[in-house]
Design a protein around this ligand. Structure first.
Ligand SMILES: *[C@@H]1O[C@H](CO)[C@@H](O)[C@H](O)[C@H]1NC(C)=O
Ligand SMILES: *[C@@H]1O[C@H](CO)[C@@H](O)[C@H](O)[C@H]1NC(C)=O
Ligand SMILES: *[C@@H]1O[C@H](CO)[C@@H](O)[C@H](O)[C@H]1NC(C)=O
Ligand SMILES: *[C@@H]1O[C@H](CO)[C@@H](O)[C@H](O)[C@H]1NC(C)=O
Ligand SMILES: *[C@@H]1O[C@H](CO)[C@@H](O)[C@H](O)[C@H]1NC(C)=O
Ligand SMILES: *[C@@H]1O[C@H](CO)[C@@H](O)[C@H](O)[C@H]1NC(C)=O
Ligand SMILES: *[C@@H]1O[C@H](CO)[C@@H](O)[C@H](O)[C@H]1NC(C)=O
Ligand SMILES: *[C@@H]1O[C@H](CO)[C@@H](O)[C@H](O)[C@H]1NC(C)=O
Ligand SMILES: *[C@@H]1O[C@H](CO)[C@@H](O)[C@H](O)[C@H]1NC(C)=O
Ligand SMILES: *[C@@H]1O[C@H](CO)[C@@H](O)[C@H](O)[C@H]1NC(C)=O
Ligand SMILES: CC(=O)N[C@H]1CO[C@H](CO)[C@@H](O)[C@@H]1O
Length: 484
């Protein structure tokens, strides 16, 4: 028995080390940095919002990261596209996301997660933030943190998305700093590691620099309310634009002194279709990488607003669109070694002190008094919220999506497969080339064929992992013993 136990432990540790794929990222100065090997990380990402922004329906048992069959299908197509990060907007913290998180982790893809939702009391009210800044709201925000904080591929949380715009009252920025503070204090008290928290801004130029300066400056009396990174939703490059005509040069100038990572939290104007994504090589060129850390293309799936890279058909199959192929080509042209190069000056930057003259010309409160927490929230932070939450990623057993995927000519792609990356690696363009069209890509033979055209049943997700690694490892162990 003792011997068996030793064997068990050996096997279990083998299995758990197999689970590792991506290393946690940390913020250092203006860069995201891989906490294990010290390389710089630039976001090569897509927004992932199947069903669109109106598709969020808690109580239905489904959100974008709840169905492992769907996540496997989409992670495989994203891996093939070359992305290393997704942004997911609306999440139901009561659902179990561990199977999907594990799949994206195995694919080398990080997750950037919004803590809010469009439902009542689940985001700040830009007209009267003091009404929505309540302990019930914050409890839900903390639930989202709990639901994702144990996954190493959780890159960060957005405390708000486009809350500040022409309609917002001047007090809104101070409430976003308050929510950021509460999130960071919760993470410090309850999470297994430091997870960055940022804000995603609308590209309203008169408000942009005021927003950025207000959010990213340092306060001696309130160190946790500063954002760790800044996302800009930018659609100023349309069609065959240039660095200058798009105004990207202005953004680089305006944000040139940033002390935190900045990236496009959405980009990809669709006024000219199909999109050629000529902004991609410019965003990852040295004109911009001194200031920007990449961006997230809006968006993976085709929805009524017509930004999709793929069409998710009602029968569970996927049709690749021309935009996907165009983006993939642009990603393939990037020089990854340059993107990963660390810069000791950039990583050593520290924030400027908050001062009202940073806010000149904008509709902001001239005060850096950050609103106090509502009653009961200190206790939530100290004790943690109640609930059952996942404890980490697990290994992924199933690597072949069951759904049929059609290429841009309507031909069925074969050989689509999740490429489980070795420890520490994130996905990169050109790394994974699974999936071939019958008409013949030069790389030729496929190892496996997509198995027919099974529509996925979104109500009966296959479970690849359990909530805890323990039972899963034991399950795998049982298989191992059986096979001997
Ligand atoms: C998460 O990353 C840390 C640091 O690299 C590592 O020690 C830990 O084992 C990882 N956890 C999982 C579940 O991969
Ligand atoms: C929102 O919160 C307010 C005040 O906390 C509460 O009165 C109201 O019922 C809530 N609305 C919903 C839809 O939960
Ligand atoms: C500033 O606030 C006023 C009144 O709320 C509004 O009319 C105006 O559009 C705002 N300006 C900007 C640049 O957002
Ligand atoms: C950046 O900092 C330099 C030196 O302090 C200053 O001269 C310049 O105006 C700043 N640029 C911006 C856009 O704030
Ligand atoms: C980089 O900036 C220079 C000067 O503004 C411009 O001439 C050049 O076209 C830019 N490079 C790219 C790849 O956009
Ligand atoms: C290194 O970082 C500093 C500060 O952000 C920047 O001014 C400089 O251009 C960067 N150098 C390179 C080679 O990216
Ligand atoms: C914290 O410091 C800022 C900047 O000095 C100041 O404006 C603010 O009033 C201070 N807040 C409190 C609660 O003292
Ligand atoms: C958590 O559960 C305990 C025990 O049921 C209860 O006393 C406490 O009030 C709950 N806390 C919250 C924030 O719901
Ligand atoms: C992915 O590509 C990078 C850079 O080309 C390379 O260093 C790495 O080994 C590749 N990883 C895999 C799993 O092929
Ligand atoms: C699924 O739906 C798509 C789009 O309507 C259609 O092109 C395809 O033939 C369908 N596939 C199957 C297997 O029904
Ligand atoms: C370049 C590269 O890493 N390609 C891999 C993509 O995934 C397939 C399936 O796992 C592998 O066979 C390839 O080697």
């Amino acid at each position: 028995m003792a011997q068996l136990k030793t064997a068990l432990f050996a096997l279990v540790s083998l299995i758990s080390s197999y689970v590792l794929a991506v290393s946690p990222l940390v913020v250092q100065g203006s860069d995201f940095v891989n906490s294990v090997d010290g390389t710089r990380f630039q976001i090569i990402g897509v927004a992932y919002q199947p069903g669109g922004s109106s598709g969020f329906n808690p109580g239905s048992g489904i959100d974008p990261l709840s169905d492992a069959n769907v996540c496997l299908r989409d992670a495989v197509l994203m891996q093939r596209l070359g992305v290393n990060a997704i942004r997911v907007y609306n999440l139901d913290p009561d659902l179990d996301h561990s199977a999907c998180a594990s799949i994206f982790n195995a694919a080398g893809i990080y997750m950037i997660l919004d803590v809010n939702s469009p439902l009542p009391n689940q985001s700040l009210n830009r007209g009267a933030p003091w009404e929505s800044y309540s302990s019930a709201y914050l409890e839900r925000v903390f639930d989202v943190v709990e639901a994702f904080m144990h996954f190493n591929n959780t890159l960060g949380f957005f405390s708000g998305n486009e809350v500040i715009n022409e309609d917002s009252v001047p007090e809104v920025p101070s409430y976003i700093r308050a929510v950021t503070r509460d999130l960071k204090d919760y993470i410090a008290a309850q999470a297994p590691r430091e997870i960055p928290v940022g804000y995603s801004a609308a590209d309203v130029r008169p408000l942009l620099m005021g927003t950025f300066n207000y959010m990213s400056c340092g306060l001696d009396n309130d160190t946790s309310s500063k954002i760790d990174f800044f996302g800009l939703n930018s659609y100023s490059w349309c069609g065959d634009a240039t660095y200058q005509s798009s105004g990207y040069d202005v953004l680089v100038g305006d944000f040139g002194n940033t002390t935190i990572p900045i990236f496009f939290s959405e980009y990809g104007c669709n006024l000219v279709t199909p999109r050629d994504f000529t902004e991609v090589p410019v965003l990852y060129s040295e004109n911009m990488t001194t200031v920007f850390s990449g961006g997230l293309i809006y968006e993976y799936s085709e929805e009524p607003n017509d930004y999709g890279l793929v069409t998710l058909n009602d029968n569970g199959t996927v049709s690749i669109r021309q935009d996907y192929e165009n983006l993939r080509q642009q990603y393939d042209s990037l020089d990854i070694a340059t993107l990963e190069r660390a810069n000791a000056t950039a990583t050593a930057l520290t924030p400027p002190a908050c001062a009202v003259d940073l806010l000149a010309g904008s509709n902001f409160t001239n005060s850096f008094d950050i609103p106090a927490r509502p009653d009961g929230v200190d206790a939530l932070i100290q004790n943690g919220v109640n609930g059952t939450f996942p404890t980490g990623v697990s290994s992924v057993a199933n690597t072949e999506p069951t759904q049929t995927v059609y290429d841009i000519n309507g031909q069925e792609l074969s050989g689509l497969q999740l490429n489980i990356l070795p420890g520490d690696e994130s996905n990169l363009p050109g790394n994974n080339t699974s999936g071939t069209s019958p008409s013949g890509s030069p790389s030729g033979s496929s190892t496996a064929s997509a198995s027919g055209s099974q529509p996925s049943n979104t109500n009966a997700a296959a479970k690849f992992g359990e909530m805890k690694v323990g039972p899963l490892a034991m399950g795998a162990l049982a298989v191992g013993l059986f096979m001997q």
